[in-house]
Design a protein around this ligand. Structure first.
Ligand code: PMP
Length: 426
C-alpha cells in the first residue's frame, strides 16, 4: 500500500474500530491494508498516493453510471443550493417515487429511508404488523442489513468474518428468524408445513449478492410466491442490490415475479444515502400516519439525495442501457473464465447482468454451503495481485463485482490481461 494510505489508515484507527466505518473496507478478508480514496471519475478511483484503479466495487453497487457522473453532480449542486434538508415534504420525493413506480409497479405505496438496513428493518416490522405474526424466513448467506432480526446467518462482512450471528443480538429475537438454504424449495415447504401460521414473511435477495453472486434456480422464486401466498405470509424481495441493476425493474421484472413488498437502496440514491421500502397499498396503508405501524426519519426523502437519485434513474432510462451493461459484463465474465482456464484453475463465474463473482472452486455455487467451498485464500492472493496491476475488486471472495456504464471495453480488456498475469504468477 502507498505511504500516504498507510499513514491515513493508522490515524483512522485512532478514531474508528479497525480504522473503518464499515468492516469489509478494512481488507481483513484478503490481507493487506486498504487504500484511501482521494477522488473518483467514471470507472476509475484514485488513491491518496495518486495511484489509479479500475473500480469494480462501485461503492458496493450504487455507482451504475460510474463515479461523479456530470448529470448527477449538477443535480446535487443545484439541490444543495436550495437548502440541504427541511424536515418537510418536497416535490422531489414525488418525482423520485414516480420514477421508481414506473419501473416497479408493485410499489403501489412506498417510504423513503436513509439506508438499505433501515428499509429492511422497516419492512420486517410492517410484515409483522400487517400479518400479526412474528417469525421471518430468510436464507443462509442472505444479507439484509444489520437489524437484529436479519443478522442471523447473514452473508457479506458477517460471513467473511465467520461471525454469522453478531454478539448483541438477543436470542429471543434470533429465534424468530428461521434460516434455510437458498434455492431449496423443499426446505421452504417443510418449514411452512411445520410453522406456517407463525410466519409473517419470507425475505430474500432474488439474486443473491452477499455470498457472492448466486442466481435463483429456475422455479425457485415462483415457488416462494406460491408457498407464501398459500400460507398468508408476505413475500419480500430485498432488491437493494438488484433494483435498477439486473433490469430497470430489478429481479422482479427480469424473472416476472411480483412480491408483496420490496426493499430498494444503493442505485436509487445515486451515491447518496437512500433506502426505500414499499409494496401493496393495503399493506403500506397500515404505516403511520394512516395506520398503527410506526416508522419515521429526520433525513428521510432528503432533497439532495432525491436529486441524485432522480438524475440517476432518468439517465438509466436511455434506450439500450441494460443491453450495454449486459454486453460489457459478458465480455468480462468470458475473459475471466478464459484466463482461469488458461491457468488450469477451477472456477465458477456466476453472473446476472452487471453483477458477477468468480468463485475459486470446482463446485457449482448455488447456495451458501457451496459458496463456502471457494478458496478464499486464493481469492485473497488474486485480489492483491489485481490491485498491484491497478484493478480494484471487492475485498472478499463472497461479494459481487459491479460494472457500470462508464466501464469501457478497454477497461475490461485491461482487466482480463491483468487477471491472466495475476493467475499465472501465483
Ligand atoms: N440488503 C442488501 C441485499 C444489501 O446488499 C445491503 C448492503 N450491501 C443491505 C440490504 C443493507 O444496505 P445498507 O448497507 O445501505 O444499510
Amino acid at each position: 500500500m502507498g505511504e500516504r494510505s498507510r499513514q491515513l489508515f493508522q490515524e483512522a484507527a485512532r478514531y474508528f474500530p479497525g480504522g473503518v466505518n464499515s468492516p469489509v473496507r478494512a481488507f481483513g478478508a484478503v490481507g493487506g491494508e486498504p487504500f484511501f480514496v482521494a477522488h473518483a471519475l467514471g470507472s476509475r478511483l484514485t488513491d491518496a498516493d495518486g495511484r489509479t484503479y479500475i473500480d469494480y466495487v462501485g461503492s458496493w453497487g450504487p455507482m451504475i453510471l460510474g463515479h461523479a457522473h456530470p448529470r448527477v453532480v449538477a443535480a446535487i449542486q443545484a439541490a444543495a443550493e436550495a437548502g440541504t434538508s427541511y424536515g418537510a415534504p418536497t416535490e422531489l420525493e414525488t418525482r423520485q417515487a414516480r420514477l421508481i413506480q414506473v419501473a416497479f409497479p408493485s410499489l403501489e405505496r412506498m417510504r423513503f429511508v436513509s439506508s438499505g438496513t433501515e428499509a429492511c428493518m422497516s419492512v420486517v416490522r410492517v410484515a409483522r404488523g400487517f400479518t400479526g405474526r412474528a417469525a421471518i424466513v430468510k436464507f443462509e448467506g442472505g444479507y439484509h442489513g444489520h437489524a437484529d432480526s436479519l443478522l442471523v446467518k447473514a452473508g457479506s462482512g458477517a460471513m467473511t468474518f465467520g461471525v454469522p450471528d453478531s454478539l448483541g443480538v438477543p436470542e429471543a429475537i434470533a429465534r424468530a428468524t428461521l434460516t434455510l438454504p437458498f434455492n431449496d424449495l423443499e426446505a421452504v415447504r417443510a418449514v411452512f408445513a411445520a410453522r406456517g401460521r407463525e410466519i409473517a414473511a419470507v425475505i430474500t435477495e432474488p439474486v443473491a449478492g452477499n455470498m457472492g453472486v448466486v442466481p435463483p434456480r429456475p422455479g425457485f422464486l415462483e415457488g416462494l410466491r406460491e408457498i407464501t401466498r398459500a400460507h398468508g405470509a408476505l413475500l419480500i424481495f430485498d432488491e437493494v442490490i438488484t433494483g435498477f441493476r439486473v433490469a430497470q425493474g430489478g429481479a422482479q421484472q427480469r424473472y416476472g415475479i411480483v412480491p408483496d413488498m420490496t426493499c430498494l437502496g444503493k442505485i436509487v440514491g445515486g451515491g447518496l444515502p437512500v433506502g426505500v421500502y414499499g409494496g401493496r397499498a393495503e399493506i403500506m396503508e397500515q404505516v403511520a400516519p394512516l395506520g398503527g405501524i410506526y416508522q419515521a426519519g429526520t433525513l428521510s426523502g432528503n432533497p439532495v439525495a432525491m436529486a441524485a437519485g432522480i438524475a440517476t434513474l432518468e439517465t438509466l432510462q436511455a434506450p439500450g442501457t441494460y443491453q450495454v451493461l449486459e454486453a460489457i459484463s459478458a465480455r468480462l465474465a468470458e475473459g475471466l473464465a478464459a484466463a482461469a482456464a488458461r491457468a488450469r484453475l477451477a472456477t465458477q463465474i456466476n453472473r446476472v447482468g452487471s453483477m458477477l463473482t468468480g468463485f475459486f472452486t470446482a463446485t457449482p455455487v448455488t447456495n451458501y454451503a457451496t459458496a463456502k467451498t471457494a478458496d478464499a485464500a486464493r481469492y485473497g492472493a488474486f485480489f492483491r495481485a489485481m490491485l498491484e496491476r491497478g484493478v480494484s475488486l471487492a475485498p472478499s471472495q463472497f461479494e459481487a463485482a459491479f460494472l457500470s456504464l462508464a466501464h469501457t471495453t478497454d477497461d475490461v480488456d485491461a482487466t482480463i490481461v491483468a487477471a491472466r498475469e495475476a493467475l499465472a504468477s501465483r
